[in-house]
Ligand binder design. Structure first.
Ligand SMILES: [Zn+2]
Length: 185
């Protein structure tokens, strides 16, 4: 029998990787929500110890967020990640983990708390990224309703989701309709 590690936090790591990459969003004001102390705090607070400064950690996460975002956009475009991105992600993955039990008594792998919060989050989100990449990279998408650039994981059965939300789909269709009207009008 092979020895397997069951990471029951893997789904959460995948979601966090996408959410973190989407903290840069041309549709929102401000575009960089990690640069905004209040939004960054709301986003990161549930993942941090009480005494940790979420606003500062948010700012410090931005260089990693940019790499992660680029890696996702490349994958969604069907491109391989370039060597520098691959190297930086490999470094980002390095972390000290321990095996233990979660709040419900289930076995899980945790990043050790003695590492800085930035390091823990960088490593965790990178784990999520690799889990998505190794699972179904063709299911990683970018919303086709410009200027939205939301990255999402297509979990539909057919696997043909093009927009991050209904709202974006509607906006796209309205824009298409209007441009046809102009062309024929
Ligand atoms: Zn969208």
């Amino acid at each position: 029998m092979k020895i397997l590690l069951t990471l029951n936090s893997l789904e959460e790591a995948m979601s966090f990787a996408i959410d973190l990459a989407n903290t840069h969003d041309p549709m929102r004001d401000p575009v960089d929500s990690l640069a905004d102390a209040e939004i960054a705090t709301e986003f990161l607070r549930p993942l941090l110890e009480d005494e940790e400064d979420a606003a500062r950690i948010g700012r410090d996460l931005r260089p990693h967020r940019d790499i992660l975002r680029k890696a996702f956009l490349d994958l969604a475009a069907g491109l391989e990640n370039d060597q520098s991105t691959r190297q930086r992600l490999e470094t980002a993955l390095e972390s000290d983990w321990k095996l233990g039990q979660d709040d419900e008594g289930k076995v899980a792998v945790f990043p050790r708390q003695k590492q800085s919060a930035v390091k823990r989050l960088v490593s965790w989100s990178t784990l999520g990224f690799f889990a998505l990449k190794q699972g179904a990279p063709e299911r990683l998408r970018v919303c086709q309703s410009a200027p939205c650039e939301e990255i999402f994981h297509d979990k539909t059965k057919a696997g043909r989701q093009r927009f991050c939300s209904k709202r974006c789909g509607t906006r796209f269709n309205v824009a298409q309709y209007r441009s046809r009207e102009r062309d024929t009008g």
